[in-house]
Ligand binder design. Structure first.
Ligand code: NDP
Length: 372
């Protein structure tokens, strides 16, 4: 049985200074004030909602990243987080004044965890404040806005990463390793199933202005992104179908409930995927090649991720995704490490181009060519 530390050493062995994973680093886990050999990424979280809370909790056990600031529109949450995470007043901002973060030398990066439709403006403002940005998925509500965010960060000389936590997940990375080693033979098929039953009809996820769409933006993106890292190529065409909505009051114009889509890849593989807000128990990836297969189920939930291949059950360690993600992103932002699967803004723009094309295909009924 591998420990998390074993996994991290294996995972980034060639790119990550092993000193960062020494016993010193492990000790730093227990004593947050004690520094390990690597620099610590000092992070402010923007948007103290459900996922922001999950990230903050996970960061408690990071060795290379630390929560030091907050940006929120809710003063009561700021107070509560200050107490809970020992955040000084000088590192607290709201949506009106967070541009002032530019003058705060104690914050290295801002993690934007707000509704999708707000990311574009907020990420660009953070970039102009000369801080690195981590942005949640979907990075934007279309590829054009996504590219503008990439350009803004490049022009400001800061890095832009996207919260693709599965890119650091051990079972996922083992399948990627096996695929690269040719253990599945020629990969010809991927199936991605991503969905859950969405509740409260008044939530922002069902408000197009804030969500940018429906299930595709929120959960279908996992199958899109997953098809790319599982197959190891970028698709060249897409077809998509949207069945009639079961509840048009809940799923209004521009908010997709269910879409099935197919992606074609240059090597000949095809992906067949389902994105929905109306079914639970839908979190499965299946990859098939001429010499073997891989299955992940659950494939992208918070875990524990489970999987098997033609060689047997995967026994990779179970990790807290957000803890590993933030430690790894610290290495990327502060030490120039290269992740096994890209997590930068351009990676996200590719997913957004695919989403744009899927929406286009559902309307036209035609195959849409992709140029990623
Ligand atoms: P929540 O609704 O739980 O939280 C969003 C927070 O954003 C709010 O609590 C609020 O925080 C802030 N906010 C600012 N403006 C608004 C507004 N107009 N309406 C609502 N909230 C606002 O959403 P989630 O945390 O679930 O999702 C946030 C982002 O994280 C989304 O982009 C989502 O796709 C992504 N996400 C990613 C996941 C992953 O696994 N990678 C999982 C879940 C979500 P405050 O009061 O502090 O201002």
């Amino acid at each position: 049985m591998q420990t998390r530390r074993d996994f991290l050493q294996k995972m980034t062995g060639s790119v990550l200074a092993l000193s960062a994973l020494s016993s010193t680093a492990v000790a730093a886990c227990a004593d947050p004030e004690r520094k390990n050999d690597s620099p610590v990424l000092r992070v402010a979280i923007m948007g103290l909602g459900s996922y922001g809370t999950r990230v903050a909790e996970a960061m408690k056990t990071c060795t290379k990243a630390k929560l030091v600031g907050v940006i929120s529109g809710t003063p009561a949450k700021i107070k509560a987080w200050q107490t809970k995470y020992n955040i000084p007043e000088k590192n607290c901002y709201n949506y009106e004044n967070f541009d002032r973060i530019k003058d705060n030398p104690d914050i290295d990066a801002v993690y934007v965890i707000t509704p999708n439709g707000l990311h574009h403006n907020q990420v660009i403002r953070v970039a102009m404040a000369k801080k690195h940005v981590i942005c949640e998925k979907p990075m934007a509500v279309n590829a054009k806005e996504g590219q503008e965010m990439v350009d803004a960060c490049r022009n400001a000389g800061v890095k832009l990463l996207v919260g693709y936590r599965m890119h650091f997940e051990p079972h996922t990375l083992e399948i990627i390793r096996m695929r690269k080693a040719g253990e599945f033979g020629k990969v010809l098929f991927f199936q991605g199933l991503s969905g859950f039953i969405i509740g409260d009809p008044s939530q922002w996820r069902l408000n197009r202005a804030l969500s940018g769409g429906g299930s595709m933006m929120d959960i279908g993106i996992y199958s899109i992104n997953g098809s790319r890292y599982m197959i190891g190529e970028d698709p060249i065409w897409v077809t998509a179908q949207e069945p009639p909505k079961t509840n048009p009051m809940k799923f209004k114009e521009g908010v997709d409930e269910t879409i099935q889509f197919q992606l074609g890849f240059p090597g000949g593989a095809v992906a067949s995927c389902l994105s929905t807000y109306s079914l639970n128990n839908l979190d499965r990836f299946f990859l098939d090649g001429t010499q073997g297969f891989a299955e992940l189920m659950p494939s992208t939930g918070y875990g524990p991720i489970a999987g098997r291949t033609h060689k047997g059950v995967l026994d990779q360690p179970v990790t807290t995704h957000q803890t590993v993600q933030m430690d790894e992103m610290s290495g990327i932002l502060l030490e120039g490490h290269q992740p096994i699967v890209a997590v930068d803004g351009l990676e996200a723009v590719k997913d957004l181009k695919i989403i744009d094309a899927i929406y286009q295909a559902t309307k036209s009924g035609q195959k849409v060519e992709l140029h990623l």
